[in-house]
Design a binder for this molecule. Sequence first.
Ligand code: G3H
Ligand code: ZN
Length: 294
Amino acid sequence: MLTSMKEMLEHANENNYAVMAINCINLEIAKAIIHAAEDCHSPVIINISPRQFKAHATLEMIIPMIKKRSEQAHVPIAINLDHGQEFEDIVYAMQSGFTSIMFDGSSLPYEENIKRSQLIRALTREYGCSLETELGHVGQAQSGDNSREDYLTDPDQAIDFVRRTKTDFLAVAVGTAHGEYPKGMTPKIDFQRLKELKEKLRIPLVLHGGSGAGEENIKTAVKCGINKINVCTDLFNVGRDTMKSEIEKNPNIELLLLEMAVEAAMKNYIMAYMKMIGSTNRYMYTSQNMTIVE
Ligand code: G3H
Ligand code: ZN
């Protein structure tokens, strides 16, 4: 069922697990995400960023498809705007049927981030959407941003930020970054800071840059209070690498079979990640109803 990210992440917060938020740009990824969630009895979040919907995943086409299939699903599914920055993109996403908005003002000066987050908060309430914001800055792995101390979220500032913006969830910078880390490198996560953020804020916390962060890091981050993990790069790479290997095996492979192989590989990757972050077997379906497993 299509659901609010608020209920979903509050359940994750109370029960100490995390939900995957996966970037989706086509039919194969949508199917891989929804089928993985159903097979794992897991909630899931479908992320689409403004760049992705402008370049390829046209909202008029992709949202009806995702909504229709999500409504038939026996697990909770939320549709979230990933890294919304421009006012027009955010309004367009809400009008198109997203159930949640991430407003990313993390590159702005503090007071400006607050001011714009407050404005988006008011708008999300009108549209019945939940709101994720970001404090500190999760940058790019390629630029080494994961090692930048000055990008990390300050726990005391976070208290003020959450109180004034009334955000539902907060994306925190604790040592991950977007994209691929240099070969062989695993980021160092500031778990002490993460624990302090959780103790002080008590709301669902979000980890961006869920690719290549290392299994132990991810599991510990969940134990320390992360409830939503954004994943894009690794999943896209699974898709690309599967295409490469299928074509190497059979250069004349039919496109239909190639797409199906890509979808199956992505579904397997998602299911393994769901198990790792503890979101599996949280929702059970009987012909009468869907029940939450505590
Ligand atoms: O918002 C999306 C993410 O934070 C994804 O990061 O591409 O490193 O997995 P990633
Ligand atoms: Zn991100």
